[in-house]
Design a protein around this ligand. Structure first.
Ligand code: MN
Length: 732
């Protein structure tokens, strides 16, 4: 019976790579000798297994030492009486010996149902992974072959291995970007865990594929033709979603098979990044695209280095399908992840070249004689592969992935809002630590909770690193304590209003606060109280408006009579600074108002416009309304200038408009308002418009002192992550 070694040699030949056949044969001979008389559960000689693993390893494009390691991977574990690591080192060198050692340790880690052990296993595995990434590739190849031949095992063991594959190895392959192996592992595991479900989905997919084959082929051909007409060399692949991913989608989203419409994808592979976007344009010209389904993983790669453009379009038969557009480099990385580097390093170099991220790994591993500083290697791998993630464990052994620099509070909120809200302390690796302690890879984190705690501290908002935790804490203050917040906020406003002259009744109080609430963009007075109560808005920030509104409702006649001008709604919410801050044609004390279209600030070049009945309105010289002023109105323009350095002017506030172009992210608006609050700048009005899939435009009206102050606000806002552009705004 053939043990597959011929097939392995064949695969080596076909790979077109330079393998040391002599060394590989020597490893095979030793492995065969050591496993002599051992059989797999299926009855095959044991040597078939390592040879098959070696064949998968060749398929991944790994080097001679990796192939030798694959052949020898079970020898130290299974034949310890006949061979040991020093012997392997002598025969095959340091690299092979240390990789076999790494694998032997991994093999010994059996995943049982005991959660402690599972945790330990995953942890060791992650750590082992950082020593030599080839060990993980070989381990995945080993697992893949075991999964392919799982039928030989008894039922209970099959299930255990399949579960372990689903929970540990498939995610690991995914993490390393090895899509092919991941999918095969998932499909195999599922076929053991739910054979009937697997078969059903498989049949449905086959059936649907048969039904749509002609249309799909036509669509493919028409895309290929259009792309080639535009002078771009391309390769098209049709791809059916994997059985498991359809199955998972049905389970998770509770859909029937018929509701999974994007089970089919067309992949267009081109040569350059630019061509990717050109092809995208062609596709969108040919078909209607489904809104919200375009994803640009080229500009923003997934954490596992995956890059491609995805879009879902509606085919000519009305059936939506997904199109994936990528270059060959992206394709190789999508299929083989980190391993793509070994597989394709001798490939076509005329393209952009492989992802830079991979280069250093190969440098470290390629350098056979090198004893590269292991710490440096680990750090580099952590930075480059797990660039912005931290892996930690729950006491039960579940791996939790958090952004880099996350701390115990982030962890608690990631587990559950309630865990965060009831958190009183934290333990890392069994020791009590401060709750803001930054977490490090591999640590076991336990959150101490108490049901009698008062809830999170507002200060935590500044400590947490994840937007998830921040959002959950805010939510707590908003919701959990709403009743208390409302009472608290209401009392604060009442206390301030009682300081005003005159008296008021409940009805008047409600009328006033309802108007204020409306002004600051709240739906009701309760919302306003709540916001003040939980500290989202300080009562000082609404003082001016409160006073204005109070004067209007309570004592309209004791103050300045309501002039025509102040009845213009826009004038009502203007901060102070109407009189005395501007000199008109050399005269002080003229009645002026600041134009709402351009909101001039001290420091701006300004010009006056004599209105019919409302005094002089002051504009910026470059205000579109002034520039477009008709010839007959030109003689209504009048010279105005800012009055200099008057002490009473110092605290005057002016309204200014700005437009902020931002990336869409959850806490964007919150970050902006925090920055403004920091600078003690009040927000007078805000509205947000969605611009594109990823960008929004925020129109913001703030109160500020002068142009210099305004510019400093702009600069501060520009420094916020995700803020793309800030400019002075004009009202429409
Ligand atoms: Mn094995």
């Amino acid at each position: 019976m053939s043990d597959g070694f011929e097939r392995l040699l064949d695969a080596i030949q076909k790979s077109g790579k330079n393998y040391n056949i002599e060394k590989i044969t020597k490893a095979y001979d030793l492995a065969r000798e050591l496993h002599e008389g051992q059989f797999r559960k299926s009855g095959e000689p044991y040597i078939c297994h390592p040879v098959s693993v070696a064949e998968i390893v060749v398929g991944l494009g790994l080097d001679t030492d990796s192939v030798c390691t694959a052949l020898l991977h079970d020898t130290v574990e299974d034949c310890s009486d006949k061979v040991d690591l020093p012997k392997l080192k002598k025969e095959f060198g340091e690299q092979v010996a240390s990789m076999v050692d790494g694998l032997t340790k991994l093999i010994r880690l059996k995943f049982h149902n005991k959660e402690d052990e599972q945790m330990e296993n995953i942890r060791k595995m992650l750590l082992a992974m950082t020593k030599d990434v080839r060990v993980i590739f070989i381990k995945l190849a080993d697992r893949l072959h075991n999964m392919r031949t799982l039928n030989g095992q008894p039922e209970a063991k099959r299930r255990l291995i399949a579960l372990e594959t689903m929970h540990v190895y498939a995610p690991l392959a995914h993490r390393l970007g090895m899509q092919r192996i991941k999918q095969e592992l998932e499909n195999l595991a599922m076929s053991y865990l739910d054979p009937i479900g697997y078969q059903e989905v498989q049949n449905d997919i086959n059936h649907k594929f048969d039904q749509n084959k002609d249309i799909v082929n036509q669509t493919k051909a028409s895309i290929e033709q259009k792309v080639k007409e535009s002078g771009i060399d391309c390769t098209l692949e049709g791809r059916v979603k994997s059985v498991y991913s359809v199955y998972r989608k049905m389970m998770r989203q509770n859909k029937s098979f018929d509701e999974i419409y994007d089970f089919y994808a067309i992949r267009v592979i081109v040569h350059t990044e630019l061509e990717c976007y050109t092809v995208l344009g062609i596709i969108h010209d040919m078909f209607n695209s489904m809104p919200g389904r375009f994803k640009d993983y080229i500009s923003i790669p997934k954490p596992n280095m995956y890059r491609s453009l995805h879009t879902t379009v509606i085919g000519h038969d009305g059936v939506p399908f997904e199109v994936q557009i990528r270059t060959w480099d992206m394709h190789h990385i999508a299929e083989y992840g980190i391993a793509a580097h070994w597989k394709y390093k001798s490939g076509d170099k005329s393209d952009a070249g492989l992802d830079k991220k991979l280069e250093w790994i190969s440098k470290l591993v390629e350098n056979e004689s090198s004893t590269a500083d292991p710490d440096e290697f680990i750090n580099a791998l952590k930075i480059d592969v797990f660039q912005d993630e931290t892996f930690v464990f729950t006491p039960k052994g579940d791996v939790v992935t958090l952004p880099q620099n996350a701390n115990c509070i982030d962890f608690a909120y990631h587990i559950h809002s309630e865990v965060g809200n009831r958190m009183v302390g934290a333990k890392v690796n069994g020791k009590i630590v401060p709750i803001d302690r930054t977490l490090v890879n591999g640590e076991i984190v336990e959150i101490l909770t108490s049901s009698s705690t008062k809830g999170p501290s507002r200060n935590w908002l500044n400590i947490v690193q994840t937007s998830e935790a921040r959002a959950k804490i805010r939510q707590y203050f908003k919701k959990e304590k709403r009743a208390e917040n409302i009472v608290e906020g209401r009392n604060e406003i009442l206390a301030e209003m009682r300081k005003f002259p005159g008296s008021f009744n409940e009805e008047q109080f409600q009328a006033i606060t309802a108007v204020i609430a409306n002004r600051v963009g709240m739906e009701s007075a309760d919302d306003l109280f709540n916001m003040i109560g939980y500290g989202g808005l300080s009562v000082n920030k609404i003082m001016n408006r409160l006073r204005d509104e109070y004067d209007k409702v309570i004592a309209p006649s004791t103050e300045t009579p309501i002039t025509e001008a102040s009845q213009i709604p826009v004038a009502e919410k203007k901060p102070s600074g109407e009189y005395g801050s501007v000199i008109v044609d050399g005269q002080e004390g003229c009645q002026v108002k600041f134009a709402r279209c351009c909101n001039p600030l001290p420091g701006d070049n300004i010009v006056g416009f004599i209105t019919k009945g409302y005094g002089i309105s002051v504009h910026k010289c470059d205000c579109p309304n002034i520039i477009n002023c008709t010839e007959q109105n030109k003689d209504r323009l009048v010279n105005v200038e800012w009055r200099k350095h008057s002490s009473e002017q110092k605290d005057q506030q002016y309204e200014a408009l700005m437009q902020i172009l931002v990336e869409d992210r959850i806490s964007m608006l919150a970050d902006i308002s925090v920055a403004l609050a920091d600078m003690r700048v009040s927000i007078l009005q805000v509205n947000t418009q969605k611009r594109t899939d990823r960008q929004s435009l925020i129109n913001l009206s703030v109160s500020c002192k002068n142009l210099a102050h305004f510019n400093s606000i702009i600069n501060r806002l520009k420094s916020i992550k995700g803020v793309n552009e800030v400019s002075r705004g004009y009202a429409k």
